[in-house]
Every structure is written in structure tokens, then in C-alpha cells.
Design a protein around this ligand. Structure first.
Ligand SMILES: Nc1ncnc2c1ncn2[C@@H]1O[C@H](COP(=O)(O)OP(=O)(O)OP(=O)(O)O)[C@@H](O)[C@H]1O
Length: 367
């Protein structure tokens, strides 16, 4: 439906977007995760036509829109700052885009009224239509901003950190709402976020961006279980990452040596998911087929249904262990207590020196 081909944009010689290509499907929720400065906003601005690319092209339903002005693109853009008209009420803010859009403006008052009423109902603002926007909460302003964009029926709606300004409670509610609204309209959403949990929870597919380059695009569960590079593993904040080398058939680092199934040349990194590790009880033996390391307890964080234990590794880095409390009671450790952490050797992911996933240990076991 939308296709981005080798898009590039540099500012003063620094590449903000670097040979970025992507196929966007109709009726999908795409999330875009990247650290600060990775080019997320620049990419949205290029797609929206607010920034001119140095090279590459953007296609919408087979039409090259690379040089089309913003208002001709039929793309919606919900920016970080809501940019609502303070002197207009909610209804008029939403109606404005519809009356004044370049492509097919709607001027018949009855049609405008009906369309605005429908969209306000969809975003849950029916009762607030007459309010001035200055009298709305952050979450309500966010909905007006979304409604104002969606009322124009864009083919793709770009959302720049739409939940960024909301408190945790509201963010959780809007997570579900945004998905519901998108599904009801069948419009494609491209939602930029710096929050990995949001990207994983909301996307049908998820893009990971780093220094302007696309590292991976896949359904979130694939990104979570099979991150294509060590940087993807790092950005989703779900893996303990160790660097080391292969020696005598074992991944060897200052934290110990762990068995590697098969022969992996050029091994550089070893990653253990937080929820794949557990802490041995005093006197408990390391099970067969497991790797283990010694670490000192620093702190735990209770998260409701799960608990995170944080340890200090021998090399000074941290190692996190997540346990689900539906399966076991929380344990308590003394600060600086020496513990043994273990995991199935086959659960570790192996990356080469360039940070590319070589093949995971379990796949090697099966091979
Ligand atoms: N108008 C500009 N002039 C110069 N440099 C820019 C401009 N816009 C962006 N950049 C640079 O391009 C890079 C990407 O910036 P961008 O704002 O797209 O990143 P981001 O991933 O959206 O970051 P954040 O999550 O912090 O908003 C950064 O190095 C930034 O400093």
C-alpha cells in the first residue's frame, strides 16, 4: 500500500535517515521503536512531506508522492504537540480539517456535523463537543488531536509518540483505545515510540530503527524471541547481553564460560532473556544442560504479576532475572548476597562479532 524505497536524509553531513526501505500494509498497526536521535521523527516528517529527502522515494498505492506537498498526500500526522486551536471548541477543532482539506473538502454543514459526531463517538468525546480545548485534560486533547486527523480519512496515520505526554494510567487505557479506533476505521497506523513495552504491546508489526537504519521489521513476538542483531536485543530491554569469545567450544567472558552447541566461528555476544534465567536456591545443583554464573544481588522490583531481581555481574555489569509470581513466590535476598543464576544453555542467543544473530543455541541443538 505504501512503499518507502532507500530513503535518505542528512543534516549537516550527519545521516538522520540512511537507505531506509519498508513495505507498509493496508489495515495494520506498525510501531516504530528507536533510541533518542535514531531518526524516528525525521522519518515521519519525510513521510508527511514536512522534510525533503536527499534521495529515495515514497509511494502510496502505486503513486510516487515523494515531491507532493503535505496537504496532497492523504496522510494524517498526529504530532507530539497537539497544536489545537485554543479559540475553537472541540467540534470546530475536529471539523476544521474536514472543511479545509485540499482533497475533497466537506462543506455541507449536515455532512460535517454527522462526520464529526461519528468520529467524536469513536474517540469517546461525544459529551465534550462544546468544550473549549483549554478546558480539556492531556488525554482529552490527545483524543481531539487524533479525531481531527482521522476525520479526514487518511490512508495512513502517522503518530509521533502519541502516549508520551500521558500519565501511566491513561497511557494504558489509550493503548487499548488506539487499537480499537484503528481497527474500527481499518486505517494503517504508524506509531513512533521510544518505549519498548508500548512498541511490543501495540504493533501488528514492529520496526526497530538505529542511527537512521532499519535494523529489523517483524511481528513483536519474533523481535522479542529472535532479535536480528544485538542492538535490537538491547533496545527491547529484555536480554542480558555479555560480550566474549569462543574458546574450547564455550562462550568465554569475564563472567564465566558457557556451553555453546555446535561450532560458531566469530562469536562475539551471548544473550540471555530476563525471563529465561532463574536463581538457584542455596544447595541446589545446576541442572544438566544449563549454564550458570555467580553474581551479587543488588535490588528487586515488584511489578505486580512479576518481580525483577537485579544482580551485579563479575565484570561490573548488571544481570536481570524476571520471575512470574503466578508460578512461584517472591524470594528475598540480602544486598550483596552471592547467588548462582542459571539458564538452559539452549535458551541463550548467540551473535557474531558484528552483532548479527548467528543462530540460536536451541536451533543448533535441533540441527
Ligand atoms: N532540523 C534538524 N537540523 C539538524 N539536525 C537535525 C534536525 N532534525 C533532526 N536532526 C538530527 O537528526 C537525528 C535524528 O533526529 P530525530 O529527531 O529524527 O530523532 P528521534 O529518534 O525522533 O529522537 P527523539 O526520540 O529524541 O525525538 C539527530 O541526530 C538529530 O539531532
Amino acid at each position: 500500500m505504501m512503499e518507502v524505497r532507500a530513503l535518505a536524509k542528512a543534516f549537516s553531513g550527519v545521516k538522520a535517515i540512511d537507505e531506509f526501505s519498508l513495505q507498509v500494509h493496508a489495515d495494520e498497526y506498525l510501531t516504530l521503536l528507536g533510541p533518542s536521535g535514531s531518526g524516528k521523527s525525521t522519518l515521519l516528517r519525510l513521510l508527511a512531506g514536512l522534510e525533503k529527502p536527499d534521495s529515495g522515494s515514497i509511494w502510496l498505492n502505486g503513486v510516487d508522492i515523494t515531491t507532493q506537498p503535505t496537504h496532497m498526500r492523504n496522510l494524517g500526522f498526529v504530532q507530539q504537540k497537539y497544536a489545537l486551536f485554543p479559540h475553537l471548541n472541540v467540534i470546530d477543532n475536529v471539523a476544521f480539517g474536514l472543511r479545509h482539506r485540499e482533497l475533497d473538502p466537506v462543506t455541507d454543514p449536515a455532512r460535517v456535523e454527522k462526520r464529526v459526531a461519528d468520529i467524536l463517538e469513536l474517540v469517546g468525546l461525544t459529551d465534550l463537543g462544546g468544550r473549549m480545548v483549554g478546558q480539556l485534560s492531556g488525554g482529552q486533547k490527545q483524543r481531539v488531536s487524533l479525531a481531527r486527523t482521522l476525520v479526514t480519512e487518511p490512508k495512513v496515520c502517522l503518530l509521533d509518540e502519541p502516549l508520551g505526554a500521558l500519565d501511566a494510567n491513561l497511557r494504558e487505557r489509550m493503548t487499548v483505545e488506539l487499537q480499537k479506533i484503528r481497527r474500527a476505521l481499518g486505517v494503517t497506523f504508524m506509531h513512533v515510540t521510544g518505549n519498548e513495552a508500548e512498541a511490543i504491546a501495540m504493533g501488528d508489526r514492529m520496526i526497530v530503527l538505529d542511527r537512521g537504519r532499519l535494523l529489523q521489521v517483524d511481528p513483536p513476538d519474533t523481535i522479542f524471541t529472535v532479535p536480528a542483531t544485538i542492538d535490537v536485543a538491547r533496545y527491547i530491554n529484555a536480554y542480558n547481553i555479555l560480550s566474549g569469545t569462543l574458546s574450547d567450544g564455550r562462550f568465554t567472558s569475564s563472567n564465566g564460560a558457557f556451553p555453546v552447541v555446535g561450532d560458531v566461528p566469530e562469536l562475539g555476544y551471548y544473550a540471555v532473556r530476563y525471563d529465561a534465567a532463574h536463581v538457584l536456591a542455596p544447595g541446589e545443583m545446576v541442572p544438566d544442560g544449563s549454564a550458570s554464573m555467580s553474581a551479587r544481588f543488588i535490588a528487586s522490583e515488584f511489578m505486580g504479576s512479576q518481580i525483577i531481581y537485579i544482580f551485579r555481574r563479575i565484570d561490573g555489569g548488571t544481570f536481570e532475572v524476571v520471575r512470574h509470581l503466578s508460578r512461584e513466590d517472591p524470594a528475598s535476598y540480602e544486598r550483596d548476597q552471592q547467588c548462582t543464576i542459571c539458564w538452559h544453555a539452549a535458551d541463550a542467543l548467540l551473535f557474531d562479532v558484528k552483532g548479527r544473530l548467528v543462530m540460536d543455541n536451541s536451533m543448533r541443538g535441533a540441527a
